[in-house]
Design a protein around this ligand. Sequence first.
Ligand SMILES: [Zn+2]
Length: 310
Amino acid sequence: MPGGVSLAPYGMPYYSLNGHPVTEPGAVATGLIRCGRVPHLVATAPGSVRAGARLACYTFLLWYYIILVSEQHHLELTDVFVRTYRELGRREAEPQIHATFYPFSTLRHNIRRRGDRLVARVSDILQAAPEEILECVAHILFGKLFRLRIKAEYRNIYWAYALDEEVDRRIIDVQRLRSRKIYGDGNGSMYDLQGAFDRLNRQYFDGQISVAHIGWTQHQAKSRLGFFDEIRNRIVISRLLDHAQVPPAVFEYVLYHEMLHTVHKAQIRHGRRCVHYDEFRRDEMKFLHYSEAKQFLAGWGAPAKGARRI
Ligand SMILES: [Zn+2]
């Protein structure tokens, strides 16, 4: 349909036929099509339908989500998990298994025991994934839960799919919609991120590193001091480091570490996603103040208890 765009309320897939996700908040659904396992909602641009129709459409969307997506997809997913569980051939009585798609802000999945039930939540980014991939996820999660050695093939198949460009794009769009983190620019009150980046780039990388964006977190993120977002090719450093208590060597070490991630990209080894592999660690030690920085971070209690992850 001309001007048709698809809509993504409540974590539903939202790719339109022309590939553009909806960003206008007022976009209105006018119908739906099914494309394989994925329902696509078709909508028109905001302002082209009257308010009454708009309300009706949203009610319809909600209904559609509850009835079709949650019921049917979740039932299918539970089936996959039950089947996989039976393949494991465990001796204990089969627990009640319940698996649902969940709107995590990134590609993650988990499983836990709730009384005598097993409850699995799989990222809804995989809602459109082939059954084979969902089976791999089930194997990986059961493997973790029961501490089983699972065939490397399950991890390989899963990661080959998860790192695919199409899935990457879906993750980016989902993060854009759901991410609560808003990143600021490179100007800190203590340190100049861009200036330090340029300096380190010249000193250690022959000026070869280029990222799309570099910035501080808006808040003093404690769980992670910095990270390299490979999908969007950007480096984000916790504002916690923009502080007089933090020596320049420590701030620069964290930045250097993230810059190194742009050189040593994540790899799949033995079916696992590896980031800090040997080559990475070897190059990391080339940072001039490596030991000094590591020592500071190890002994840095307040204000960032537990903030060691980079
Ligand atoms: Zn790292």
